[in-house]
Design a protein around this ligand. Structure first.
Ligand SMILES: C[S@@+](CC[C@H](N)C(=O)[O-])C[C@H]1O[C@@H](n2cnc3c(N)ncnc32)[C@H](O)[C@@H]1O
Length: 292
């Protein structure tokens, strides 16, 4: 892997097109490596991500369950978490800008007999896409996004406005994503050493990496652009979109191996070894509500 370049000035459309090519090229590898057979073998199987998320999310739902609620899953990828949310009772709509990812998601859901609707396009245009595909009166009880989502977006204020516009009054937004302090670390070092900017300014971090986070395959479009977002930026974006924050958590585990020396746990998640687990956060979670 070439050394990443921090502080790259690149127009959003150009960065998005580069990232799209990268995400399209990961789909076939992920269909092989995401463990789809577990969902086929066990009709009750839910992803570890969704099982973890439900423990927090359900506390903020009217009847303590997704049963009977409408849910919009932003950046749904190949649909494993979307299917899990549907199995937990939600009527799901998945949004993603990768057409191959949505094709894989649709094939997977229909093979499993799971009802789901897929909306293709940029998450920063999600409201207009849902208007066009499903109707302007469609509002969701829950908007959900998780794990590896906002680092692909430059403009969190625009993202938060989409979320607010997708929610019905009283609806709940849930996010669990990689912690921005984690993203500032040098993942190649044998100790915890910060390398990348935590406080960012709109300029991107450019990666050249032919691997992906599951399996051994290589991608044909290795370049990506990412934006680290300090926690305060995410919180401020949601508050500015008039959402009310109800809960915030920070977690010690991740569903992917961020650094080689992370240890695998029984449920397949990863953690920093020993006492480092108490030093470095892995994720943050925010639950926010659109006022009724
Ligand atoms: C790491 S996945 C997150 C999904 C989930 N955690 C998973 O592992 O299935 C990131 C997803 O974001 C999507 N994505 C990235 N930028 C996007 C954008 N601007 N609009 C919509 N989707 C985007 C990618 O296509 C990819 O499916």
């Amino acid at each position: 892997m070439a050394d990443p370049v921090d502080g790259v000035d690149i127009p959003w459309e150009q960065a998005r097109a580069t990232n799209l090519a990268n995400w399209d090229s990961r789909v076939a590898l992920h269909v092989e490596a995401y463990g789809l057979e577990r969902y086929r073998e066990d009709p009750a199987h839910l992803s570890t991500v969704v099982r973890t998320d439900l423990r927090t999310l359900e506390r903020h739902l009217p009847a303590g369950t997704l049963e009977g609620l409408s849910l919009c899953h932003l950046q749904c990828h190949i649909g494993t978490d979307t299917v899990s949310l549907a199995r937990a009772g939600a009527a799901v709509v998945g949004v993603d800008f990768s057409a191959p990812a949505l094709e894989a998601a649709a094939a997977f859901a229909s093979e499993l007999g799971v009802d789901a609707t897929w909306v293709h396009g940029d998450v920063l245009e999600a409201r207009a896409l849902v208007d066009r595909e499903l109707g302007a009166d469609v509002r969701f009880d829950v908007v959900y996004t998780s794990i590896g989502a906002i680092t692909w977006l430059e403009d969190l204020a625009a993202w938060a406005r989409q979320i607010a516009a997708l929610l019905r009054p009283g609806g709940v937004f849930y996010i669990r994503d990689g912690h921005p302090f984690l993203y500032s670390l040098d993942e190649t070092r044998e100790e915890l050493v910060a390398r990348y900017r935590y406080f960012t300014d709109g300029r991107a971090l450019q990666w050249e990496d032919a691997t992906t986070y599951v399996g051994d395959g290589v991608v044909t479009a290795p370049r990506t652009y990412e934006w680290n977002h300090p926690l305060s930026e995410t919180v401020t974006a949601l508050l500015d979109a008039a959402l009310v924050i109800e809960a915030m958590e920070e977690g010690r585990t991740l569903p992917w191996r961020f650094a080689d020396r992370m240890v695998e746990l029984e449920d397949g998640d990863f953690a920093w070894p020993g006492a480092e687990a108490d030093v470095m956060p892995c994720t943050f979670t925010i639950v926010a509500r659109r006022p009724a």
